[in-house]
Design a protein around this ligand. Structure first.
Ligand code: NAP
Length: 275
C-alpha cells in the first residue's frame, strides 16, 4: 500500500490525512502540531471551521517545509459565485498565511442557489494561476458531478464525502473510479461512534493484532478512499496513522461494508443548505 495517491491532474496526495474540525485556539495548534510530528502530511480544514489560522500557525511552528505538507481548505456556501469565490479564497489564504493551498474544495453543492458551476469556474482560475494546486468538491452527488463535468469540461480531482462502515458509499465510489475522481472520506470513524465496538470489527482487529480503529482506517485505504480522521490525542493520532503494516482480506472488507445502516448527516443532498 503506497503512502501517496495520484490525482487526475498529476499531483500527489497522501493516502491518509488529518481532520481538524473543532481543533481551535492554542489547544488546536498544539494538536495539529502533534499530528504533524506523528507524521501526518495532509491537513484538512475549511473557512467554516474557523481554524485556518491555527492550521497555518501549526505548520509554521512545526518547522516542516511548506512543500512537504498538503493543505486542503473549502469554500463555504455563502461564498458561492465566480467573484465571491475568488474573494473567499483570498480570505482563506490570508487566514492560513500561505502562498498557495494544495487542494481547494467547494464544501457543499447548494443546488438551491445553483451557483456551483460558476464557483468551480473560479476555482479553475485559481488553479490556472497556481494559487490552488488542485481543485475539487465535497458532498456532490452523481447528478451534480455530471453537470459540473459537462458544463466546465473539467473533472474535479477529489470529491470528499461522508464515508465509513455505516455508510460505505458503494455507488459513489464506483462513479468516482469510472471518472478518475479521488474519493476522500469525511467522518471516516463515523465520528467516533460505536463502529469500533461491532463484533465484526473487533474480531478482525484481534486476528491482525491491531485496534478496531486501525481496522476501520485500513478498510478505507483498501477501498481506495483517503480517510481524514480527527483526533485531539497524540496517542490516537499515532494509532490512526499506523495502518500500513497489515492487510485485510476481500472477505474482511466485505464484512465491514455489511455494517451499512445509513449516514450520520441527516440533510437532503439534493437540496441541502449546510454551510
Ligand atoms: P471522525 O474523524 O470520524 O471521528 C473523530 C472522533 O473519533 C473524535 O471524537 C475522536 O476523539 C475520535 N477518535 C479518533 N481516533 C480515535 C481512536 N483511535 N480511538 C477512539 N476514538 C477515536 O470524525 P470527524 O471529525 O467528523 O471527521 C474527520 C474530518 O473530516 C473532520 O475533522 C473534517 O476535517 C472533515 N469533515 C468534512 C466534512 C465535509 O462536509 N466535507 C464534514 C465532516 C467532517 P478524540 O479527538 O478525543 O481522539
Amino acid at each position: 500500500m503506497d503512502q501517496t495517491r495520484k490525482l487526475n491532474d498529476g499531483h500527489t496526495i497522501p493516502s491518509i490525512g488529518f481532520g481538524t474540525y473543532k481543533l481551535r485556539g492554542e489547544d488546536g495548534i498544539v494538536s495539529i502540531m502533534s499530528a504533524l510530528e506523528a507524521g501526518y502530511r495532509l491537513l484538512d480544514t475549511a473557512l467554516n471551521y474557523e481554524n485556518e489560522r491555527e492550521v497555518g500557525e501549526a505548520i509554521r511552528r512545526s518547522g516542516i517545509p511548506r512543500e512537504e505538507i498538503f493543505v486542503t481548505t473549502k469554500l463555504p456556501g455563502r461564498h458561492h459565485g465566480y467573484d465571491e469565490a475568488l474573494v473567499s479564497f483570498e480570505e482563506s489564504r490570508v487566514n492560513l498565511g500561505l502562498d498557495y493551498v494544495d487542494l481547494y474544495l467547494i464544501h457543499w453543492p447548494l443546488p438551491r442557489i445553483d451557483k456551483y458551476v460558476q464557483t468551480f469556474t473560479a476555482m479553475l482560475t485559481l488553479r490556472d494561476d497556481g494559487r490552488a494546486r488542485s481543485v475539487g468538491v465535497s458532498n456532490f452527488t452523481e447528478g451534480h458531478l455530471n453537470r459540473l463535468i459537462a458544463e466546465t469540461g473539467v473533472t474535479p480531482a477529489v470529491n470528499q464525502i461522508e464515508l465509513h462502515p455505516r455508510f460505505p458509499q458503494g455507488h459513489m465510489r464506483e462513479y468516482h473510479e469510472r471518472h478518475g475522481i479521488l474519493t476522500q472520506s469525511w467522518s471516516p470513524l463515523a465520528r467516533g461512534t460505536d463502529v469500533g465496538d461491532e463484533q465484526v470489527v473487533t474480531a478482525i482487529a484481534e486476528a491482525h493484532g491491531v485496534t478496531p480503529t486501525q481496522v476501520v482506517l485500513r478498510w478505507h485505504l483498501q477501498l481506495a478512499a483517503v480517510p481524514i480522521p480527527k483526533s485531539a490525542s497524540p496517542e490516537r493520532q499515532r494509532e490512526n496513522l499506523d495502518v500500513f503494516g497489515f492487510e485485510l482480506s476481500h472477505a474482511e472488507i466485505a464484512s465491514i461494508s455489511s455494517l451499512e445502516s445509513g449516514r450520520l448527516w441527516d440533510g437532503d443532498p439534493e437540496t441541502n443548505e449546510e454551510f
